[in-house]
Design a protein around this ligand. Sequence first.
Ligand code: NAP
Length: 284
Amino acid sequence: MQIIDGKKVSEFFREDLKSKITDFYAESGRRPRLVVIIVGNDPASEIYVSNKAKAAAEVGIVSETVRLNETIGQAELENVIWGYAKDDITDGLLVQLPLPKHLNAERALALIPDDKDVDGFSVGNTGRLCRFTGDGIYPCTPSGIIQLLKYYDIPLSGKRAVVVGRSNILGKPVALMLLNEDCTVTVCHSKTKNLKEITLTADILVSAVGKKNVITADMIKDGAVVIDAGITRESGKIYGDVDFTEAAKKVSYITPVPGGVGPMTITMLMINTYQVAVNHNEKR
Ligand code: NAP
């Protein structure tokens, strides 16, 4: 059994990115620029946003965090987003989710143009992912999962993949990416009957639910590759979806939580920011 070390892989990608950004700066005289908009002060969002700013500084991306008051109205929020959406200095633009309940996230996110959509959530980029055009910007956590599998040379073509979870940010895009890698993919969710029967068929099992121990060892085929994207916070500790201790005894590869999928997400965001900056330089 081998543990998939997300910290190590993430470090590898960040080093590579640092040198690409150094070259980018030498050629263009500018650095990729990322704008992160945060509304209110949700503690988890604060941590994510400060980690994004730290990662950006580490790889040579200029980042700006725009802090907006919890009570901001929809129109005012949309004005702020629109300002960054239409300027010609911002490369990557994202709105940290979740937004306070009185705000319409779909409408706010719809203002982010495809070419600045570093989260890969826009309808246009989702369509590119769906069509396998290869020229879109794709969601960070799913991309990170695919990069982890590739880094460890895990064969994907022809394998049976089961994804548990079907959210727009994680389950659905990772299922599409695995399909694009020629896996035979099944997607499960909260209404799936006989989940265990399906997970037991998986050569590659991706769990993206957010419930501790929703995947127990008896639901995993011997020798399977298990990717655990789930995060549950309990008494100051972080748990994944998979019963790691028991599962580790029968799998070929497994991601720990923390230290597996998590570190890749922000790294992929940095890679997306660099990519949109390169695209902008070609156009501007
Ligand atoms: P989400 O929107 O809440 O989606 C959860 C999915 O799990 C839904 O599709 C839901 O089904 C399904 N589900 C719930 N209970 C289930 C059960 N008992 N059996 C099978 N499926 C079940 O969550 P998300 O945004 O995709 O995130 C999923 C997890 O990944 C969370 O823990 C989140 O914190 C974590 N996450 C981690 C990272 C990272 O960087 N590591 C990034 C993003 C998210 P329905 O569709 O039927 O409701």
